[in-house]
Design a protein around this ligand. Structure first.
Ligand code: ADP
Ligand code: HGS
Ligand code: MG
Length: 506
């Protein structure tokens, strides 16, 4: 499929009377598909706020544009698809087990806090202080909960485990496990439907079978988990509190969950920023979280995962207030910490998974998906990363995209960190760089289609709900395929490099 004639540019006029050449036929077909797809997005809510409109992140229904998407699904081998889906319930269980080991979390992450203290007083290097301070603040809340022996009887995890197919080793390798604000369950599900619709209409001429696109129930299954957690709280007048950022152009992905909650479970969702929770929320003596006079059964975080979410002490007070309450947190502070990259790296160490899981078979399946992960204490690895920086990714303890270090910057940063006598080394992890195969993909952004070399990242959603000893839900729930131009290290849909995609099983 060539993209010579992007929509809006009519294909060159054929000679009068001459049959349209194959190139023109393809261009006409492409323009038709792009138009049908863009209309489908508008009619089905596959939309995001348009950064061109200043109100698109605050006023619902204003300044919409179709979410960026690939015109056709990306091919993915069925064997690796099955492997990724099979891992979801095992990772769900692992998160819950690790979250209960407060000492493990404190020990693994406190190196970081210790370094923050050492670095701050010894080198007053504010950047290091900031890098460490965020994780240190989360750890402080976790420590306070341990001190009062806070137990979360009802535990809800809505995770997404991201993978890439490594062409060097022909294996499916985990990029990261997101345990907070796993975005795009709403829009990701819709892209699968968009592609099925397109292939139902154009599949014959393209030779592609729509039935090869797995059904994607991420939105309905995440809503089901939220609805069941609300039911476990057992207060019919209670609401779900969705903690959101003051400006949110991905609000429709979030509203899809609120919409399913209302339509399928009759549950009301209230959207508040951390600052609003601090100003309007309160915890009663019996632990009930109340906001706007409504009891909160479940707090669902779609903010609070990055330092920029905490511009003042008010936001930290809000986080602590909610953690202290009896509301179900998704995620709890413990679940949040389990999803940090430092813990990802710790869990990859020999014999660590054995502390948390019983089944040797499950442990082997998880381990098979681990890329190389090291702390910067490993001098041998640091040395090889300095020699061959392109084979590594250097990661700070950050979520939300745009924070990783690649290529020569890996070398420069490691040398700089070494010069600082290794104090802030604990704030980073080193990871084996994964090299997926690139393919030519038609991408549609702002109504225009352009073809580019891309690589893809498959996210598998998992939902876990437990009340004391009873596991109520432990499912793989749908998926997110993100496809980005292969020249972009980071990707990220919100960041504007990746588009939403789906999977065509081969
Ligand atoms: N080991 C890796 N090899 C290749 N690309 C990677 C690797 N780790 C991360 N990336 C790229 O960087 C992006 C962000 O990294 P990630 O660990 O997911 O951080 P974040 O929590 O910010 O999303 C990923 O979506 C992927 O495109
Ligand atoms: N705007 C917030 C975004 C929340 C967010 O960034 N979540 C991280 C995991 S922490 C994530 O899932 N990143 C993949 C999406 C991408 O590629 O852009 C929201 O939608 O609630
Ligand atoms: Mg990520």
């Amino acid at each position: 499929m060539s993209a010579e004639a992007a929509p809006g540019v009519e294909p060159a006029e054929a000679e009068p009377g001459a049959a349209a050449g194959p190139g023109q036929q393809q261009a006409v077909l492409l323009a038709e598909m792009v138009e049908d797809a863009a209309v489908w997005c508008a009619l089905h809510g596959l939309v995001v706020g348009d950064r061109a409109d200043p109100r698109s992140g605050t006023v619902p229904g204003v300044g919409l544009v179709h979410a960026p998407f690939s015109l056709l699904p990306s091919r993915f081998p069925t064997s690796f698809w099955k492997q990724a889906c099979e891992l979801a319930p095992i990772f769900n269980e692992l998160v819950d087990r690790v979250s209960l080991d407060g000492e493990f979390l404190q020990a693994a992450l406190s190196r970081q806090v210790l370094n923050y203290i050492l670095t701050t007083y010894r080198f007053s290097n504010f950047r290091t202080k900031q890098v460490d301070e965020f994780t240190a603040r989360l750890l402080e809340i976790h420590e306070k909960m341990m001190a009062i022996n806070k137990k979360e009887a009802i535990r809800l995890g809505l995770h997404r485990s991201d993978y890439m197919l490594d062409s060097e080793t022909n294996s499916l390798l985990q990029i990261e496990l997101n345990t907070i604000s796993s975005s795009f369950p709403g829009l990701g599900s819709l892209v699968s439907e968009l592609h099925r619709t397109l292939l139902n209409q154009y599949g014959k001429v393209l030779g592609l079978d729509s039935k090869r696109i797995p059904r994607n129930w991420a939105a309905t299954q995440f809503a089901e988990a939220l609805g069941k957690a609300w039911a476990e709280y057992n207060n019919d007048s209670a609401v779900v509190l969705m903690v959101v950022q003051p400006e949110e152009r991905n609000m429709y992905d979030q509203y899809w969950l609120a919409n399913h909650l209302k339509e399928s479970y009759g549950v009301t969702t209230v959207r508040k920023t951390l600052a609003q929770v601090e100003a309007e929320g309160q915890v009663l003596t019996d632990g009930t979280l109340v906001i706007d006079g409504r009891t909160v059964a479940v707090v669902y975080f779609r903010a609070g995962y990055a330092p920029t979410d905490y511009p003042s002490e008010a936001e930290w007070k809000a986080r602590l207030l909610m953690e202290q309450s009896s509301a179900v947190k998704c995620p709890s502070i413990s679940y949040h910490l389990v999803g940090t990259k430092k813990i990802q790296q710790e869990l990859a160490k020999p014999n660590v998974l054995e502390r948390f899981l019983d089944s040797k078979e499950d442990i082997a399946k998880l381990r098979k998906s681990f890329a190389g992960l090291w702390s910067l204490d490993n001098e041998e690895i640091v040395k090889s990363a300095i020699e061959k920086p392109d084979l590594f990714v250097l990661k700070p303890q950050r979520e939300g995209g745009g924070n990783n270090i690649y290529g020569h910057d890996v070398r420069d940063t490691l040398i700089k960190l070494q010069k600082e006598q290794g104090e802030s080394l604990a704030a980073y992890i080193l990871m084996q760089r994964i090299f997926p195969n690139a393919s030519l993909t038609p991408l549609v952004r702002g109504g225009d289609c352009f073809e580019d070399l891309t690589i893809s990242e498959l996210g598998i959603y998992g939902a876990y709900l437990r009340n004391k000893d009873k596991v109520i839900l432990n499912n793989q729930c749908g998926y997110l395929m993100r496809t980005k131009v292969s020249s972009s290290n980071e990707g990220g849909v919100a960041a504007g490099f990746a588009v939403l995609d789906s999977v065509l099983l081969t």
